[in-house]
Design a protein around this ligand. Structure first.
Ligand code: DSN
Length: 435
């Protein structure tokens, strides 16, 4: 950030503070991670200058298949950009063993929009997971495009197990006969049975989309079952467990490839963010290494260790635990007197621990207050933390919970957290330059 430091003190101050925040705080937001220096370099590169509307290929009129020899861009000067996008596409296909990959979506939301349009039309019915039970905003919330353009019928988790009840999902599907069934979650700590969803979709003649954004890294490493064999289309972001730059991606069977491409560009987006696509290519190369498999296994082992340690401290975990990278603490109702999710998020922040409030299934508080806290291990695992550190993190969280109103105590925990994080250095090269 040398040049920004010299010419823009205000911007530099904010960026430097964020660098220090990431390095000195415990990052437990389940959807965040720390990218490699290679990804940072790609995203900060001259590729941001290039307009490349179109694709590095065109669909052959004769065969109706992709032909890399046919020029598919709307602008000249794309020969190197084409190579970058081809690398990202080929690596994505190798990671997930899928027939087609579109790496252009700017975000998960845009990936979902293009994917829905590729197989259904406005007014059609989508059966999807309720936001307050762990779903995503773009799976049908009334304030999202999904909720305004489509007829949404939600499914939730079972009240006793707090897990998916596939018989109940089948019952609703048979009753409403949706054109599309959608699964994937932002706060569901258990494995998802994609085969069962496929069976239900087939029984009612629905298309089936999986948004695997949260578990994309786990799937890449084979530590969560892959949705690829079961779903018509799979969407994802690239910045969560997959540890790439902020962005989206769509994977699909050949039969949907043309529609997906058409609905990403020109259907819902203009020029692709080529610097971000280069970042995706860099991250996908990393995801193809044995180290990445080890990392994902550790993410899951750390989540299990953190959940166990929190259980032992008498926290109430939604569904009693976790199978993946995240867990959801149910802090109890207002009448029980503990902090709300919002209050706890604020107290954790004061103690140098970053997490987010989250509704728990059947929450009695409003979503912006909520009764839960979502915790995830991808970012702390990237820093090199293991099971022993998860026990210490549970202790920090417990201390914050017991002292959630005590500003002095929270400030003293913050000092301990800073010392703890210093043992697991992050971006040392960038910190060195920006002291
Ligand atoms: N905002 C993302 C998350 O935190 O899970 C996706 O919904």
């Amino acid at each position: 950030m040398k040049i920004i430091k010299k010419q823009d003190a205000e911007l530099y101050a904010a960026m430097q503070s964020e660098l220090y925040r990431q390095s000195e705080n415990l990052e437990l937001i389940a959807s965040e991670n720390f990218v490699s220096n290679a990804v940072l370099e790609a995203v900060g590169s001259v590729l941001t200058n290039k307009y490349a509307e179109g694709y590095p290929y065109r669909w052959s009129k004769k065969t109706d298949k992709i032909n890399y020899k046919l020029y598919g861009r709307y602008y000249g000067g794309c020969e190197y950009i084409d190579k970058v996008e081809e690398l990202a596409i080929e690596r994505a296909k190798e990671i997930y063993g899928c027939e087609h990959a579109n790496v252009q979506p700017h975000s998960g939301s845009q990936a979902n929009m293009a994917a829905y349009f590729a197989i259904i039309k406005p007014g059609d019915t989508i059966l999807s997971l309720e936001l307050s039970h762990g779903g995503h905003l773009t799976h049908g919330h009334p304030l999202s495009f999904s909720g305004s353009l489509f007829n949404i019928v939600p499914y939730g988790v079972n009240k006793d197990t707090e897990q998916f009840d596939y018989d109940e999902i089948r019952r609703i599907a048979k009753e409403v006969k949706p054109q599309m069934i959608l699964t994937g979650a932002s706060a569901y700590p258990r494995k998802i049975d994609f085969k069962k969803f496929r069976e239900i979709a087939d029984e009612v003649g629905a298309k089936f989309i999986v948004d695997m954004a949260h578990i994309a890294g786990l799937v890449a490493a084979g530590v969560h079952e892959s949705p690829i064999p079961y779903a018509d289309i799979v969407t994802t972001t690239t910045h969560k467990t997959l540890r790439g730059p902020r962005g989206g991606m769509i994977l699909c069977k050949e039969e949907y490839a043309k529609a997906v491409d058409r609905w990403v560009f020109p259907g819902t987006q203009g020029g692709p963010l080529m610097h971000v696509i280069a970042g995706k290519a860099a991250a996908f190369k990393e995801a193809l290494t044995p180290e990445f498999i080890g990392y994902q296994k550790q993410v899951v082992a750390n989540a299990a260790a953190l959940a166990k340690a929190l259980n032992e401290k008498d926290f109430n975990l939604v569904s009693s635990g976790t199978d993946n990278h995240l867990m959801l603490l149910n802090l109890g109702t207002e009448e029980e007197g503990g902090p709300s999710g919002k209050k706890m998020e604020g107290s954790l922040d004061k103690a140098g621990i970053t997490a987010n409030k989250n509704t728990v299934p059947f929450d009695t508080r409003k979503p912006f207050v909520a009764s839960g806290i979502r915790l995830g291990t991808p970012a702390v695992t990237t820093r090199g933390m293991k099971e022993a550190q998860m026990i210490q993190i549970a202790e920090f969280i417990s201390q914050v919970h017991k002292n959630f109103k005590d500003e002095e105590k929270l400030a003293s925990i913050k000092n301990e957290v800073r010392e703890f994080c210093a043992q697991f250095p992050l971006y040392t090269n960038i910190l060195e330059e920006n002291k």
